[in-house]
Design a protein around this ligand. Sequence first.
Ligand code: AMP
Length: 183
Amino acid sequence: MKTRLLFLGPPGAGKGTQAARICDSNGMKHLSTGDLLRTEVAAKSELGQEAEAVMNRGELVSDKLVLAIVESQMKALSGEGWLLDGFPRTVPQAEALEPLLNELKQPIEAVVLLELDDAVLITRMLSRGRADDNEDVIRNRLEVYRDKTAPLISYYQNKGLLISVPAQGSVEEITGRITKVLG
Ligand code: AMP
């Protein structure tokens, strides 16, 4: 089983739900930059205050800020596997991740792309009720995904790491598909 993973896919594809399930079953550390940022926002830390307005517009927080969070989290890992969920979100983030993982001697084993139609994504996001989940912001997040994040698909395809998984169906079905491709 591969245990050093990235989850890639549009907002609303179920990355967070699936990442939590895969990590629970396999003793891996779930690192969601969205969750880490929301924790900072709730704590009203300096970092959280810097990120909040950007997140509520559906834009991306600066690479520098996100990288600082990821770096401190990765360096604190103690040998278990990990799953990065929602990071990298841009090509510069992916390029910055490489030297960090080289230093830790922990290369990525697979990049799982969760694929789903826009219509389903929008319905799913509207049902979550998060602060950044109203319709205008959702459309903006999908556009940001296409512009800034989707280029990572060919980036990881070229490295021979990409595995696509259809993300429609029940939560259990999707977890089953992901587990199978990681075996
Ligand atoms: P998520 O929970 O992954 O949908 O992330 C929620 C929001 O947090 C995003 O819309 C961004 O504003 C911000 N965010 C999360 N991860 C990143 C990242 N890797 N780079 C920049 N912004 C991020």
